[in-house]
Design a protein around this ligand. Sequence first.
Ligand SMILES: Cc1ncc(COP(=O)(O)O)c(C=O)c1O
Length: 442
Amino acid sequence: MTLHQIPNTIKTDSFWMPFTANRQFKKAPRLFSSAEGMHYTTVDGRKVIDGSAGLWCVNAGHGRKQIAAAVERQLMTLDFAPTFQMGHPLAFDFAERLAEIAPKGLDRIFFTNSGSESVDTALKIALAYHRVRGEATRTKLIGRERGYHGVGFGGISVGGISPNRKMWSASMVPGVDHLSHTHDLQKNAFSRGEPEHGANLAEELERLVTLHDASTIAAVIIEPIAGSTGVLISPKGYLKRIREICDKHGILLIFDEVITGFGRTGSPFAAQEFGVTPDIITGAKGLTNGSVPMGCVLVKKGIYEAFMQGPEGAIELFHGYTYSAHPTACAAGLATLAIYEKEGLLTRAKTLARYWEDAAHALKGLPHVIDVRNYGLILGLELASIPGKVGARAFEVYTKCFDKGLLIRQTGDILALSPPLIIERPQIDQIFTTLTEVLKGL
Ligand SMILES: Cc1ncc(COP(=O)(O)O)c(C=O)c1O
């Protein structure tokens, strides 16, 4: 078979693919048929090294038998149980285990099925929290330009990516404002780790408080490292300053850790890595190693307690999903956490970060490379755009890497890498050798 040839038994018409150029893709589909460890195998039998942990989720690598066995066992024991006015033991076990690895104090866990649902849940909890405390005027939410918080109406409203918003601009959640993003190539290009410049941008929150008044603001939501918009690492001191301003004005701080959670930065959560504790954390992806869809919202005990008022027989939060704490997802999640713990994966990125960083910064000077930025096992590689064709250059790199057996992510003219946390040094070498070859050949 030639490259991209797919068996003619596969018809591509009916599947409307998400976040995909459907017509272009279906002319030359890139299809995986199996995966193990650090690698995918394509339907035409080629091995592809996974430079992006699928979509930032397969942190323990592919094909983990322990997870598969736990899922199978669970399906045959208790395939489904409601968690509305009912329960099952794994839901409680999993929440307890998550509370153990969460930043101190965030020990109340709400389960969802995706990052988008985690974000909408977190925003709803924040709004309801102020209301149950008698501060119902706190209805505004603050997001950031270039933020990505999934695709629910809440998430796109606080998010800051124009194509994700423009079709629905008249249907956004009202009362949302945005901070500026912190991406500044002039000052911070080729930063290693947290960029030096930009902490002052946190002061914009004070400006928004002055504009709207603190009594109207419920929460600020921020990705400690913005991933989908092209790996934007918060500048030194920025998150700490945002925390201080939130504290000063009684505003809740939500960290969206859908991609930074579960070891990506070198700590279980970026909150621990950067020493800044938010009030709420959203998670998903690495929660089950990508094996079964699931999300989580980690909430400070005090917020949970604020809801535990009124008659004991009254439902405290009118929110939840049929599949919140689905038994199969909980089984997958518990098995995932056991692997993370046994193999030290929640902190392994720290031991590889320097090697990863040096390999990444060796790309400086290659054709069209205008920035390399990294943290933990994350890389953002920014290329100069072809005038009038934003994204075309990075897309070419993306497809050429795939043809040479490397999976990465592309957004605009930025390439993002976030390999499974089981990666070994020779595999890091392989990834950067491929990238170098492709960039040199542009
Ligand atoms: C920071 C962040 N929040 C939310 C989401 C949405 O997660 P999902 O695609 O599972 O809904 C993502 C997905 O990439 C994300 O990166």
